[in-house]
Ligand binder design. Structure first.
Ligand code: SF4
Ligand code: SF4
Ligand code: SF4
Length: 259
């Protein structure tokens, strides 16, 4: 990574359609890990500083692309940055914003904006890698602050950050957490990327898949398990609608047609 004039990589944060909770988590991380501020130069970060810059090497982008003007802004960022990181589920997956993609866009617009629907430009929500090339992802809703620190540290060491690529169930087993299916709940852990320490099952809730799926989810085995547990297609579609609308788990939905 090329250094800037003061010897530190220049980092800029950008937000698109999001709740900005992931940026807040970054602010938390910078307070618990102030040493990061000695090795990067933050040149733009709306939640933390009024400084603006068109000169940066690392762009960290939160939020989904939800309107035509977002595309132009994303392309400008991509042209400037050497390295682009998608921050959080909205940027990584389309996230919660993509729930609306499951319904006719005009219905959603009228529901939100009423008779002023035509005043606002908007279209189906997309992950940012559906618009520009992304070099790394920090998943989650919100992100995990320790993972943020790890990814940035690895990147500054000149290495490519890697995420766990095994299912959440492994973390559950490591923590000896009782599977929520034993309590009659539904959990997307068998197909979801680990890395959050299976925090939701640890508190007795099924995983919603906010970290996205592993790269090769074992759909056959998951469908078989759901069938054994008596979970029907509607229930699993509902569970996947929160974060996985845009992920390629259509195969799962097709398989579930027979359950
Ligand atoms: S991923 Fe979640 S916490 Fe982060 S910006 Fe989107 S909605 Fe907010
Ligand atoms: S609670 Fe979810 S993640 Fe944990 S073992 Fe059960 S299915 Fe897997
Ligand atoms: S358990 Fe699932 S929903 Fe909960 S934080 Fe982890 S990936 Fe997200």
């Amino acid at each position: 990574m090329n250094a800037s004039t003061n010897g530190l990589p220049r980092v800029a944060f950008f937000d698109f359609t999001s709740c900005e909770g992931c940026q807040l988590t970054v602010l938390d991380a910078l307070q618990t890990h102030p040493e990061l501020l000695k090795v990067i130069n933050i040149v733009e970060f709306r939640e933390a500083t009024s400084a603006r810059s068109e000169d940066y090497q690392i762009a960290i982008i939160e939020g989904s692309c939800t309107r035509p003007s977002d595309e132009e802004r994303l392309r400008r960022i991509r042209e400037t940055a050497v390295y682009v990181i998608a921050l959080g589920a909205c940027a990584h997956l389309g996230g919660i914003n993509a729930i609306r993609n499951r319904q006719p866009l005009q219905d959603v617009r009228e529901y939100v904006y009423g008779d002023k629907a035509e005043w606002y430009e908007t279209y189906p929500a997309r992950a940012i890698d559906q618009v520009i090339q992304v070099d790394a992802v920090i998943p989650g809703c919100p992100i995990d602050r320790e993972e943020f620190v790890r990814v940035v540290t690895v990147l500054l060491q000149g290495r490519q950050p890697k995420l766990p690529d095994y299912p959440m169930c492994i973390e559950c087993k490591l923590h000896e957490t009782i599977c929520v299916y034993e309590r009659g709940q539904i959990c997307l852990g068998p197909i979801t990327r680990a890395g959050c320490d299976a925090v939701c099952p640890a508190y007795g809730y099924g995983c919603e898949g906010c970290r996205g799926t592993v790269s090769a989810p074992n759909i056959d085995s998951f469908v078989e398990m759901l069938a054994d547990r008596g979970v029907n297609r509607t229930e699993i579609e509902e569970k996947m609608s929160l974060f996985l609308t845009n992920q390629k788990v259509l195969e799962l939905e097709e398989e579930m047609a027979n359950v």
